[in-house]
Design a protein around this ligand. Structure first.
Ligand SMILES: [Zn+2]
Ligand SMILES: [Zn+2]
Length: 246
């Protein structure tokens, strides 16, 4: 199996180190046929200044991407976002009219975001950091996290959930079932490498499909998914289970 598309790369528009053009050229060098520019949504600006300045910036990125797509016929360049969930109702930090303009919508359950309200902050940030570390309310937190993600899947057309279960306790089998229903792919993320064989086996047994993502924050990491690919093979996944390998 060989990667042909990397749908999860960051640029200087959020907290990546390279430009869109540098990511594209790195992808071409690695022999990829498709690349998506998926910078962090604006709620990541809240605590850590990791996101795009505002949601409208995603339209600027789209314009740039369209120009490069014409300029580099050897690769398909897609505009995307790694949007944030900002409340317990599963709402995202990017308005629908902007999401509709993008080629792909990735969603990450990130903890260091600007939540919609104090209550959302407690459920998303406090519960998954302080409470989890103290090992309190694990079952309740797991139930709530899974519920929040499923609400997002039901509300929006989401292509990929990035790093599911990274720093947030999630019920894999429930999430996988919901993802199959909504046609959403679950990512195997190279940067965080938190995924386990057991997780993949459970998710695939529910019929989930996966996307390998470099989550590159610098051009030299674009298309690097070796560890994710090894893990997928160990868990018995085949080409039919992964959308971006050939
Ligand atoms: Zn992420
Ligand atoms: Zn990312």
């Amino acid at each position: 199996m060989k990667l042909y598309a990397d749908y999860h790369t960051h640029t200087r528009y959020s907290h990546g180190k390279g430009s869109i053009r540098e990511n594209i050229e790195a992808a071409i060098e690695k022999g990829l046929k498709e690349i998506a520019i998926a910078d962090h949504g604006p709620a990541s600006q809240g605590l850590t200044k990791l996101g795009v300045k505002d949601a409208a910036t995603l339209l600027e990125i789209k314009k740039e991407v369209e120009n490069y797509d014409k300029f580099y016929p050897e690769i398909k360049v897609l505009s995307a976002v790694e949007a944030n969930i900002i409340n317990i109702d599963g709402d995202l930090d990017v308005p629908r009219f902007i999401l509709k303009e993008l080629d792909k919508v990735l969603v990450g359950f990130h903890l260091y975001i600007r939540p919609s309200s104090w209550k959302d902050g407690i459920n998303i940030i406090f519960n998954n950091t302080i409470m989890s570390r103290l090992n309190l309310k694990q079952e309740e937190i797991r139930y709530k996290n899974t519920d929040i993600l499923i609400k997002a899947l039901n509300k929006y057309k989401i292509d990929i959930i990035t790093h599911p279960g990274y720093r947030v306790n999630i019920d894999t089998s429930t999430l996988a079932k919901a993802a199959v229903k909504s046609g959403t792919h679950l990512e195997i993320n190279e940067s965080h490498m938190h995924t386990t064989e057991e997780y993949l086996r459970i998710a695939v047994s529910e019929g989930a499909k996966f996307s390998l993502g470099s989550d590159a924050h610098s051009p030299d990491k674009v298309g690097c998914v070796d560890n994710s690919l090894d893990l997928a093979i160990k868990a018995g996944l085949t080409k039919d289970d992964i959308i971006n390998v050939c």
